[in-house]
Design a protein around this ligand. Structure first.
Ligand SMILES: [Zn+2]
Length: 293
């Protein structure tokens, strides 16, 4: 009898010791790896946050042809919502509007968003947000494909860098995957939506984007799209092809958003004081109307 108890006790002691060791090691691991702590925190937070849109009747809408829209003061036409991936590649005739900002070539659309984000990083952490890679021509992308493993570099036409809408960023000492091992990198990942930017290849969405987590690759989509994408834990693929219904209007705060068929004319809500129109590279146009209050 005594013998039995002691064996049981021994087993219990061994099991308890193993469990304690496991807990201590796990705690140590997360204490050291701020990047994993961040990713798990973000995953958990994602479960509890969402941004609701409401389907609305377009109300009073006016139909304009694309030519008419190009001549209107309150309408801006850009390519901020272009979906670019292996399935939806850039056509040979695609020509982005590229400007030079502090000697770096990028899309005109991302300049203000990047500048504000970089300023916020500097104000908070006293560190500069640098750009490692920005706009690439098709020829430059082809060269990268030739010199890198084919599964690492996106094929010509499938890289967002050819649009100039994406930037690879870093801070001193923390580039690539190590970016989220520092406060500034985690801030960029957590808050870039406030500036109209998204982490284009989020963690755990490789099956959708075809690309593993890139905490350094930021992409301009504009407001309020970045907010809807981040708060609903979506990828750009999911947002454009699933979240936005075709030929219907969604209301989100002061915005009315719709993904419309390309039949030569678009519906614009009356009372909008600012409208952005972008083709989405899948055959539709996305109309983002800010309503005057
Ligand atoms: Zn990139």
């Amino acid at each position: 009898m005594n013998m039995k108890i002691s064996v049981k006790k021994r087993i219990a002691i061994v099991v308890l010791s193993l469990l304690t060791a496991l807990i201590v090691l796990t705690a140590l691991f997360f204490a050291i790896r701020s990047d994993y702590r961040f990713l798990i925190g973000e995953k958990l937070a994602g479960l509890f946050r969402s941004a609701k849109t409401e389907p609305v009747t377009a109300g009073e809408c006016r139909e304009y042809t694309l030519d008419e829209l190009a001549g209107l003061d309150f309408v801006k036409m850009d390519d901020s919502l272009y979906l670019i991936n292996r399935e939806y590649v850039l056509s040979d005739s695609y020509e982005p509007t590229i400007v030079s900002y502090k000697d770096v070539l990028m899309s005109e659309s991302i300049v203000d968003a990047y500048a504000s984000l970089a300023q916020a990083v500097y104000d908070r952490y006293g560190t500069r947000l640098y750009i490692r890679s920005s706009y690439r021509t098709a020829e430059e992308q082809a060269e990268i494909v030739d010199t890198t493993a084919s599964d690492v570099a996106a094929a010509v036409g499938a890289s967002e860098h050819q649009s100039g809408l994406a930037l690879d960023v870093y801070v001193k000492g923390y580039a690539g995957s190590a970016f989220i091992q520092c406060e500034a990198g985690r801030f960029v990942n957590r808050e870039c939506w406030q500036y109209g930017l998204i982490i284009r290849y989020p963690h755990g969405k490789t099956s959708v984007t075809g690309i593993t987590y890139e905490p350094w690759h930021i992409r301009y989509v504009g407001k309020p799209h970045a907010e809807l994408i981040y708060l609903n834990s979506l990828t750009l693929e999911e947002y454009i092809t699933e979240f936005l219904p075709v030929d219907q209007f969604l209301a989100y705060g002061e915005y009315r958003i719709s993904r419309q068929s390309d039949d030569g004319a678009l519906q614009i809500p009356e009372g909008a004081d600012e409208v952005v129109i972008s083709p989405d590279n899948t055959g539709y146009y996305i109309v983002t109307a800010h309503m005057a209050s």
